[in-house]
Design a protein around this ligand. Structure first.
Ligand SMILES: Cc1ncc(COP(=O)(O)O)c(C=O)c1O
Ligand SMILES: [Zn+2]
Length: 394
């Protein structure tokens, strides 16, 4: 495991000492990247050693990449190394099944690492605004680490997110508003309460945990890039983390530098600030008014890291697209019935986007692509049933 050399600001490139917990850049408030000297992990033999060492390691899942993660004993519940499922109907479509993570979503990766580092730095009280799944994941890892979790989420999150957070023992506040309102409450109260804020992109290790998705998808495809990666985008941590992984993979010599995947950032038409900014060629997004979608993880009206996502979309030659909830629901039903996979609404945004880009000719059927199902459909039975007009028998 490498030593962290410093944090680097994603905006002004300021270098910041890694001698304690950090939130954002002290100069410009940009999100921070974790940087290491990765030379000890460089080269083909180090790449080949990953699967051998993983088989012997007591730490499962994403910790197979410990040679590119901080040198700290993990707080782990078995997150990562999720299945890569080949579609039954489209031979070049691979579904990255993140619903298989502890707490049923990809949020487990970022919060496993954030809580690992919080424990390492001796933090006692964490706080987070959440669209739902980050709350469940923080609550679980905080429970595993014996750290206090203070969670603020919209009152209409999927019920499972509320139940799990309460049962994991977190202090849960349901807010009559959106994740942006929850974020405001955390910002207002954190100093007085002594909370460390681990909001999306205001804490560097959540990106670091999520970068393992980029390593995994490339390893699972035989250390080759797909043509495109479809990512249901709210705050954008996964997209940013995967791009960081691709940069590191090339630096390590584990992947031939070449055409990185086109990143496809998918949103719901009910909350699409990144799509609107992308289409207008803007560098940042504007607050989306009256955000509404049953894909609760995508209800982020103004992502903090919008400027990073928009840069990545451009650099990768990708696009950002949004679709109405009815189309997302139709794709969710299609994949359940024809593939045996119960997608989260967010994951179904990826599958709709794929269908659209095949029809438009942007992608060809022979292009290998990875679609992210970021959460388990079973976490959303209440919201999906409502959208599908199903009622619980009385
Ligand atoms: C299932 C699911 N998918 C996607 C997202 C969006 O994630 P990100 O903030 O990394 O864009 C979330 C966020 O809550 C989520 O829970
Ligand atoms: Zn900065």
């Amino acid at each position: 495991m490498p030593k962290i050399s410093h944090f680097e600001c994603s905006r002004c490139k300021e270098s910041i000492a890694a001698d304690g917990p950090r939130t954002v850049c002290p100069v410009c408030a940009g999100s921070l990247y974790v940087r290491y000297d990765l030379s000890a992990a460089s080269g083909a033999s180090k790449r080949e050693a990953i699967s051998e060492e993983a088989a012997k390691s007591p730490w499962a899942g994403m910790w197979r990449y410990r040679s590119v993660l901080p040198e700290v004993p993990p707080v782990t519940l078995g997150e990562g190394w999720t299945p890569m499922l080949r579609s039954k109907r489209y031979s070049n479509v691979f579904l990255k099944e993140e619903g298989a993570n502890p707490t049923g979503s990809f949020k487990a990766r970022g919060l496993a690492l954030a809580v690992t580092m919080a424990k390492h730095f001796g933090l006692k009280k964490l706080a987070v605004p959440s669209a739902g799944n980050a709350a469940g994941a923080l609550a679980a890892y905080a429970a595993a680490a014996g750290i206090e979790a203070n969670i603020f989420m919209p009152k209409d999150v999927p019920f499972a997110n509320y139940v799990e957070a309460v049962l994991y023992g977190a202090n849960v506040t349901l807010v009559d508003g959106l994740i942006s309102d929850c974020g405001r409450i955390v910002a207002e109260r954190k100093e007085k309460e002594g909370w460390f804020d681990i909001s999306t992109l205001k804490e560097p290790f959540r990106i670091e945990g999520k970068k393992t998705m980029g390593y995994e998808l490339v390893e699972q495809l035989g250390w080759e890039y797909p043509v495109a990666v479809f990512y249901p985008t709210g705050g954008g941590v996964g997209l940013i983390g995967m791009w960081k992984a691709f940069v590191e993979l090339e630096e390590l010599g584990w992947v031939k530098p070449g055409r990185r995947p086109k990143m496809i950032a998918v949103q719901s038409a009910g909350c699409a600030p990144v799509v609107r900014a992308f289409e207008a060629g803007e560098k940042v997004s504007q607050m989306w008014q009256n955000a509404e979608t049953f894909a609760s993880g995508l209800r982020v009206p103004k992502p903090y890291g919008d400027y990073i996502m928009l840069e990545i979309l451009k650099e990768s030659g990708g696009v950002s697209l949004s679709f109405p909830d009815e189309q997302i629901l139709a794709s969710l039903k299609d994949w359940a019935k024809n593939e045996g996979v119960f997608l989260s609404p967010e994951g179904a945004a990826s599958t709709v986007a794929y269908d659209h880009l095949i029809k438009s000719g942007y992608l060809k059927p022979e292009d290998k692509v990875v679609l992210f199902n970021t959460g388990a459909g079973l976490k959303y039975t209440d919201v999906t049933a409502k959208a599908a007009g199903l009622e619980q028998p009385s």
